[in-house]
Design a protein around this ligand. Structure first.
Ligand SMILES: Nc1ncnc2c1ncn2[C@@H]1O[C@H](COP(=O)(O)OP(=O)(O)O)[C@@H](O)[C@H]1O
Ligand SMILES: [Mg+2]
Length: 246
């Protein structure tokens, strides 16, 4: 990461924050998208029929039902930037086949909407033996980087450090050069945003494209945000139990 990247990252962050503030001030806005009863309306476009495809901790993905090829629309809360990071990584290296083709296409009052191709997920060995080999390397390297930190330093590793170590290990273990390049771009892009984005590699968050190439569909998550969300959910469940007199 260099000074220029840092400045660009900070500027991008400010631009997003400004957009969010502006959107929250206005109650009705022609420039906002909407999703009602399976119909997505993006400003200036014909209504798009979609159905739910899947959901993760933060994002919900929908796929078009009347388009060839189908398009996936992913909705994320507007304070979750992992899809934004993927879009920036893709912009930085459009030729890299492992970076998903993510593009921001709209926003609602509290969500961002991204479009991308429909990939085949979860990752299966039969769909891409070479992708599976990369996945196995990434999984082991990430686990090693995450778990084997020095407990005497008391504080856990930051996301950037975990990601850097994962990449160094993946290179030493023989991950494919193009996957390595994608990872490097992701590490730098994530670090420009915050130190909390950490790699995670699971078949559910990996995919293949129509050529059988490994796609890093959802390789980063915000550790702090996920922990905060889990805590909120735990508290809610506890309150519900207490409410029933348990
Ligand atoms: N482009 C896509 N093609 C196919 N499935 C997708 C696509 N994007 C998302 N999905 C599905 O939606 C799920 C949730 O999306 P994801 O980006 O992983 O959300 P989160 O960031 O909350 O984990 C994924 O696990 C996957 O099953
Ligand atoms: Mg996911």
């Amino acid at each position: 990461m260099n000074g220029r990247d840092l400045t660009l990252g900070a500027l991008a962050g400010l631009a997003v924050a400004g957009m969010v503030a502006k959107r929250r001030r206005g109650s009705r806005d022609e420039s906002l998208a909407s999703l009602t009863r399976g119909v997505l309306r993006l400003p200036g476009q014909a209504p798009i029929q979609i159905k739910k495809l899947g959901a993760g901790a933060f994002a919900t993905a929908y796929v078009t039902t009347e388009m060839t090829p189908p398009v996936v629309y992913v909705f994320t809360p507007d304070d979750v930037y992992d899809k934004e990071l993927l879009a920036m990584a893709r912009d930085a290296e459009p030729q890299n086949p492992h970076l998903p083709k993510v593009e921001k296409v709209g926003e609602t009052r509290d969500q961002f909407i991204y479009a991308m191709p429909l990939y085949r997920t979860p990752l299966r060995k039969a769909d891409s033996p070479s992708g599976w080999k990369d996945y196995a390397i990434l999984k082991t390297c990430r686990e090693d980087a995450y778990e084997h930190w020095d407990p005497r330093r008391l504080v856990g590793k930051r996301g950037y450090q975990i990601n850097e170590e994962t990449v160094t290990c993946a290179e030493a273990t023989g991950v494919s050069p193009s996957t390595l390049e994608a990872l490097r771009i992701l590490v730098d892009t994530a670090a420009n945003y915050s130190d909390d984005y950490v790699f995670e590699f699971s078949p559910r968050n990996l995919a293949t494209d129509e050529a059988g190439t490994l796609v890093l569909l959802d390789p980063l998550f915000d550790r702090e945000k996920l922990q905060a969300k889990r805590q909120r959910e735990r508290r809610k469940t506890e309150q519900a139990f207490r409410g029933r007199g348990w």
